[in-house]
Structure formats: C-alpha cells, structure tokens
Design a protein around this ligand. Structure first.
Ligand code: ZN
Length: 576
C-alpha cells in the first residue's frame, strides 16, 4: 500500500490513534484489538461489523509493520436464553436446556459439531476464512472452565461493593443493559440480555446476602438458575442454591463452573487482554450501556477502556424468504454465496463505522457490482481518488496478500442473465460466454469463476420465479401475424444483421441501431444527432423483442439475451 494513502480514510485514522495509544499503554507489545460474538444461534450478517471494524484497523496496523493481535472472543459460556425459531434439526425439546452454557447444549440434529455453540461458530469461522480475516479465537468456555480468570474473579468478588456502587447508578435504567454482541436487538434478545447483564434483576443482588458479580452454573442441573447466598472473602467459600433444589458450598479458589456477569466480564477481559480497540453497536451509546459502565469498572481490574467507536446498523435489502433457511437470519455465509469476499469487504471498508448501509440481496447487487467494476477500472488506469483507492486496497487483500480473485471478471449482471437463461447448464453457459467477445473468447468457465458461481447462486436463490426469464420454445404466431409493416421491417433489419454482429458489442450496436436506420439515420448516429422520438422507437422495438423471445415486456439486457438464446432460435422466434 502506498504511503500517500495512509491518512486518507477512517481506517487509517483509527490506525494512527490505535498505534499511538498502544505505544503509550503497552510500549513494545503487540497492538491488541478485539471483537465478541455470541454463538447463540445463526450469527447475523449485520454482526459481521463487530469483526470487520477491528479487522480493517488491525490490518492497516499490520501493513505498517506493527505486530497485531485481533482477539475474537466467542462468548460461548453465555447462558442459552431461548430456542431460536426455524432452525433445522431443533424442536421445542431444546427448551429444557435454557440456562445452560451454550457449549453444554446439544447441537441441532444431524450436525457434525459436538454442541450448539460449535455448530453456529463453524459457519462464521468458514466465512471469516473466506474473507481473509486473521484472528485469535478464544472460547470463553475454555477460559472459564480452565480457571484462567481465577484471580480476576476473586478480585471482583473482593471488590463487589465498588462494582455494586458503580452499577447502582444505572439500575433505574434497565433498558440500557443490552449486551453488546446481541445485535440487532429484538425485544426478546433485549429481555434476555438484561437477564445476563449486571443491571438486570438477575445480577446476583437478589439473594438477600448482598451483591455478587459472579454466577455459578449449578453442578447438579448444569443451569444458572442459581443464587449466591453467602461468600467468605478469607476462605473463598461460596454458597449457592438452585431452583432445581440443589445447593452447595464450593471454594471459589478451585471452582471453575461459573462466570462473571456480563457488565463485569467485559471490562475484566479488556484489562486481561490489554485491548486497545474494540467497537460496539450504536444501540449501546446510551447512559448505562455496557461500554460506558465498563469504562468505570475496568479500573477495578487496573485496566483502561479501549478506544471504542459505536458502529451503526447494517441492514439487508431484499433477501428472499426461501433462502433464509437458518432461522430466517441472513448470515455472512449467505452473503458469500452471492458475492465474492472482495465485494463484502469493500462494503465495510468504504463506510465509516457510524454510517449505516445495506447489503443487497435484491437487484441492487447488480448495480453494486457495476460500481465495483468501475472502481477496479479506475484503479487500473490510475484515475482513482485516494480514499477510494484505500477502500479498494482493503477490499482486495490484507497485509498477508491478495485474496483469490476471478481471473476474468465479466460483468455480474451479464453472468446473472446468462445463468438465468441457461439455468446453470455449463455447456450452454460456455457457448454463450465464448461468443460475448469473439476477439478474446472465454475458453473455460474457470476463467469466470468464482464470480459466475455467485451470480448463478443469486439467480437461483434470490430472484423470485415470476422474475426469472423463460425463453419461448415456439414462436408467438399470433403476435407475429398481427405486426404492422414497420414492426416487420424492424425484425428483418435485426435478422439481416445477426451474423455480422454476433458479439456483445456487435449486438448492442445492432439493437440500438435498427430504430435509427428505420427513421432514416445512420446506425452510428449519436444521441445528439437524433430526435428524442428515437428513444420511444427503441423502447417499443425492445418491448417487441422481449415479447417474442420471452413473452414479457422486459428481461435481461437484449444483447445478452440474444447471445443466450442462440442465433438459430432467435431466427425461429422472430419468424425468419
Ligand atoms: Zn440446579
């Protein structure tokens, strides 16, 4: 990456800040950035921002030659709060596991993974690998059950009065307790998050024995419907009761079956890992949010709050119902089925974290790809603006190198049209693609993959059946018979020029040229030389072709459609 682009975008500016702050706080140590994800169900595509924001900053820091560690905390020791709807292989019987850690809940039936958390983590791990995101994944189950945070837990228990005093300032605002990695927040999630947050009712303060920032999972039933009833600072003896009837006294200096409540857990880990940068969702900017409260609690652990920009919501436009098979939740894996990793990275890189945007699953994806290809061309010819060049560089690769790319990136909309018409038939697809540019024909589908596969997947999974293109088998004799002389003449001009113009450019010239020639102009005449009525004539000529070829008024771009249908069938359907 060129030196001159370093201060041109939001990523560079955060990298400046993060490097300076890291050198101040921990000179000579690797820079630490962090993300947290809860594998409580399919991980929403919008939550990818939780990982992409620190990833992009970490990558820029790495490009500048610094050592970086991107900690991705899998919050898999969180309690199972509810059974998500519509998950294949999961029924109401999963409700009996509510209250257990996510790693103690069985995976959906038929899963290759040992438990619920691992099952939902796997899809995200795969997506992050495709996206080129380098991270250090940390299972909170592994950390807690190994006793890794023992000192921190004992310390928090010792200072429970201080923690309680901080939390008490916010207890009148229970709505602010939403956990930061549960975005987008729906009502049920918010309710559940309050249950795990320290400002909720279930923060350990209800036992009559005072406030405790720690919650054991019951050793009899495995769930967290427990109440700490006594704690001895000297012996670390902790007594709890559970709604299942079990009760016992354990030594917290040895016991590894519980966790700090969320609002204490998060700042404890900032201090433990030395996190310099960790963003969170914009819905957590309110007073009493985990981030704000954490900023006060982190001092108890001798730590400092990270630089933590609030990021805006990432929406999804037009995702088809049929493809949201995983509980109606669009995941990063769903997006990567219809777009290349570069495009998805670009969407995150080009917008500042506080700008919201949408990821297109509808027709908009074609326009987005056109925009991406134009950017690619500007980069190639050197006319690109510095900020756009920075976003481009972050999209196509990382400090580790470029991501695998499509060798010959034909326009996505062309590939989508071809896939639409051929229904994924490889031989027919290759025939059409080889005719697009006879000077430089596509000779193997590998040249246009994986972009072709993404476009095919988009057509198959996202475009509704009534918008798909079905080429007529037989000519519409009724329509052909009803045509006036002018319409017949336009078809004859087109048919006469087919052989000579059989390429994408040639056919584009031909279909736009026919109405010009009919009106007495040259086929090469430009818009300035032509009367505005030509546009009307072109529109009605195009509509006629669509009706004769696909029995509709519109369809894929005509040159692509003609190539896809093939010269022989075009002749037959146009009544030659
Ligand atoms: Zn129990």
């Amino acid at each position: 990456m060129a030196q001159s682009t370093e201060t041109t975008d939001w990523v560079s500016r955060y990298a400046d800040e993060v490097i300076a702050e890291s050198e101040r706080r921990a000179p000579g140590k690797p820079v630490v950035v962090a993300s947290g994800l809860s594998p409580s169900g399919p991980i929403h595509l919008g939550n990818l921002r939780e990982v992409m924001t620190p990833h992009l900053v970490a990558d820029e820091v790495r490009r500048r030659g610094h050592e970086v560690r991107h900690v991705l905390s899998w919050d898999d020791y969180d309690r199972y709060r509810k059974v998500p709807l519509g998950i294949e292989g999961v029924d109401d019987s999963w409700a009996e596991h509510i209250g257990k850690p996510l790693t103690s809940v069985p995976a959906p039936k038929g899963s290759a993974y040992p438990n619920w958390a691992e099952h939902f983590k796997a899809a995200m791990v795969d997506a992050l690998a495709q996206l080129g995101v380098e991270y250090d994944g940390i299972s909170q189950t592994a950390q807690y059950t190994a006793g890794t945070y023992r000192e921190q837990i004992l310390h928090a228990m010792k200072h429970r009065g201080d923690i309680d005093a901080i939390l008490a300032q916010y207890r009148t605002k229970p709505k602010a307790a939403a956990k930061k990695s549960q975005k987008p927040v729906d009502e049920a999630e918010l309710e559940a998050a309050e249950g795990s947050g320290a400002a909720g009712e279930d923060d350990g303060s209800g036992g009559g024995a005072g406030y405790f920032p720690y919650k054991p999972y019951c050793t009899a039933c495995g769930k967290d419907f427990t109440t700490v009833t006594a704690y001895d600072d000297d012996t670390t003896e902790l007594t709890y009761t559970c709604t299942c009837g079990h009760g016992e006294t354990v030594l917290l200096s040895e016991f590894n079956g519980g966790k700090l409540v969320w609002k204490v857990d998060w700042p404890m880990r900032w201090a433990y890992e030395g996190v310099i940068f960790e963003p969170s969702g914009v819905d957590h900017s309110s007073p009493g949010s985990s981030f704000q409260v954490g900023g006060q609690i982190v001092g108890i652990f001798d730590g400092t709050q990270p630089i933590g920009p609030m990021y805006a919501f990432v929406g999804i436009s037009g995702m088809a119902k049929m493809s949201s098979s995983k509980g109606g939740v669009p995941t990063p894996a769903d997006a990567l089925e219809i777009m290349e990793p570069q495009l998805l990275r670009w969407l995150y890189a080009r917008r500042r974290p506080n700008q919201s945007f949408k990821i297109a699953f509808d027709q908009e994806i074609q326009r987005l790809y056109d925009e991406w290809d134009r950017l690619d061309a500007k980069v190639a010819d050197g006319t690109v603006l510095p900020a756009d060049a920075a976003a481009y560089a972050r999209a196509v690769g990382t400090a580790a190198g470029e991501l695998p790319k499509t060798p010959r990136p034909l326009p996505y909309r062309t590939l989508a049209s071809v896939a639409d018409i051929t229904a994924g038939h490889d031989e027919q697809t290759l025939r059409i693609l080889s005719e697009l540019d006879p000077e430089k024909p596509v000779t193997s589908l590998d040249e246009v993959r994986p972009r072709l596969d993404r476009a095919e997947q988009w057509i198959t999974s996202q475009v509704p059946a009534d918008q798909r293109t079905i080429v007529r088998e037989e000519p519409d004799t009724e329509l052909l018979g009803s045509l006036d002389d002018q319409a017949k003449e336009s078809l004859r001009l087109l048919l006469d020029g087919l052989d000579e113009h059989w390429s994408l450019d040639g056919l584009t010239h031909l279909v736009y040229g026919v109405p010009k020639v009919q009106a007495g102009f040259s086929a090469d005449a430009t818009a300035k030389e032509l009367p505005p009525e030509i546009k009307t004539a072109q529109r009605s000529f195009f509509a006629l072709l669509y009706r004769l070829l696909v029995s509709r008024e519109t369809g894929p771009r005509l040159p692509t459609l003609l190539l896809a249908v093939g010269a022989g069938r075009v002749r037959k359907l146009l009544g030659a």
